[in-house]
Design a protein around this ligand. Sequence first.
Ligand code: FES
Length: 606
Amino acid sequence: MRKLQITYLPSGIAVHVPVGTTLFNAAHWAGLPIDSTCGGRGTCGKCAVRVVSREAEPTPADHRHLAQERIEMGWRLSCRCEVHEDMSCEVPRPMRTPRAATMGVGRLVLLEPNVRKLLLELPEPALEDHRSHLERIRDALAVEGLEIDVGPSLLRRLAATLADGVTVTATVVGHHLVAVEAGDTRDRTFGVSFDVGTTTVVATLVDLRSGAAAAVASTINRQAPFGADVIARIGHAMTGPQAIEQLRAAVLETMNDLLDETCAAADVAPAHVYESVVVGNATMLHLLLGVDPRSIALSPFVATFLEPQDLRAADVGLEILPEGRVALFPSIGAYVGADIVADVLATGLARGEKLRLLIDVGTNGEIVCGSAERVVATAAPAGPAFEGGQILHGMRATEGAIEGVVLGDQVRLQVIGSDREPRGICGSGLIDTVAQLRLAGLLKENGILLSGEEATGHPLADRLVEDADGVRAFALTRDIVLSQLDIRELQSAKAAIATGIQVALDALGLAPEQLDEVLLAGSFGTYINPESARVVGLVPSVPVERIRAVGNTASEGAKMALVSFREREMAFGFPAFIEYVELSGVADFNERFIRNLAFPALEAVG
Ligand code: FES
């Protein structure tokens, strides 16, 4: 994709951005705050910069906000000025020092939420001032550079609110006037972000004045009884409109319960939650809106929508302030969803110079690779093995799951929970066990376990057992074994992801050793032992210190977009910039997948 260079003076900071990016967004990309109170909507007039490299055509917004003399000197509203060739511009020092907080993976985020509360002292209606209630509010907001639209339910309550006094707090989300409250309520300004996973939903209630999380809660997605992964959920949705409604209600109920829980924990009224930002895979976002997701599962795998959505909370069914807004992140493709866009935002992958690979491991392994220069994304069908599915003694990473294994002269297990009584193996335990078996010399490169006889003399030889059908297994405890078939499942899952990584690297013309960092995202990524991931071939053979678990970056990205409209704008631009590769369209996918079933040679990962 063609990139243009913008140089900001007097600092000389340069940034490379896609054609059509505004000078305002590009400055944010470069970490330069340009003054604004309207969120880049062309209404506050505060974001002017002087274009020095060429003549830039003035826009109607320039004529509205800037004196002719300034326009002739080259001043333009940066939020309206798109770049179509290399440019230089002069940026005045910001009029105010914006507040900032560190969020995501070490990202400094300016606290400028899309939700703005303004205290208005309205003139009393009088015989000589016949302006309507709404007009008086509109006029007061116009002074702040805000243009608004208003829904009928707010109009229904407006006269009653104004009857209580002329001091009101107006809440504007984007360009929507969502509340007019009597008195000064500016100290109660909240938003909520949701990361809607197929398995787990996470809600973060955020105090929008400080950017701090007021409460966080998570729970299992109530759609779980309808299927463990997106394909099973789509399968259920395909049984008819009632099933889609069932799935919509289930995820909404999950989100509303989490909203209640976080509001109760922070002592916040849901009516003081004015906006929600939602990320999740494309299927989850379809189901949240009750949109039939079947085309996602059928070739050529097309979603009904990928674009960001800005919706009224009451229309979605989310029980924040009914007039409040719900912003859905955009997706990149049917299988590289809005959660990955949020991952990219939180990690800063698309704006740094470092070459980074981000892997979000789940039933669908999502892969993003690149730097500010170019980014490629793909999705690999890993199947349920990493979540304990189709594994003889597999289980989710909950109480009693073996999450870590060390094989020496003995077997040492790390078990989740207080009583430490192992009940099964979760994904990280599975990867650890297989990696340790490789390192202990008990598992061949082709994935075949040694028999007890073949391992004679090894201190763990008596752990190599066989079931009645002659299927080999390694006994972790008396009751819990890792069977040869489980190892096959793991091989398939890791081969799918390794192939996705190879395809992404090839698209960028990179060799694995050129990667500066490998980021393991998502809750599963947090618990994987990086060394084990490398030994089994789930991640490329880079030095282990380059592999980092970055936690739930999807949640973090959603939170960042909630507290900063600039970050949101940037994230919403990612789908146009990130190149999506559909793995099923890669001609030699099957050959590569088969080659990747084997484990890396120990010399390669040692
Ligand atoms: S006019 Fe407000 S940011 Fe440009």
